[in-house]
Design a protein around this ligand. Sequence first.
Ligand code: CU1
Length: 130
Amino acid sequence: MAECSVTVDSTDQMSYDTKEITIDRSCKEFTIRLTFSGELAKNVMGHNLVISRTADMQNIVTEGMSQGLDNDYLKKDNPAIIAHTAMIAAEEKETSVTFDPSKLEVGGDYSFFCTFPGHVAMMKGKVVVK
Ligand code: CU1
């Protein structure tokens, strides 16, 4: 049976607990659950999880910076964003996003990452589509 969800934890150390997630394209829907196991507040250690083609990642991060914390440092109407969670931290320790994995191509080069300013250097990983 296909595994149609994954949980990724994020921390006060500006990190996710995994460097790679696998999305099974045979799932009707795929859910990514993002948790926060730290103690810091969103304005200092907010994390989200965004999926895009790796080639679009830097642009999404850069344009997100000017959107501010109120918009989760993300320009959400950018069509290059395939899926994204809300930004969380100690105030709200869990969120999730459910999307249609048929938007992804098997073998495509995709990444997941955090758009909080400065975090992408440490908070990114590979999305494997099978
Ligand atoms: Cu972050």
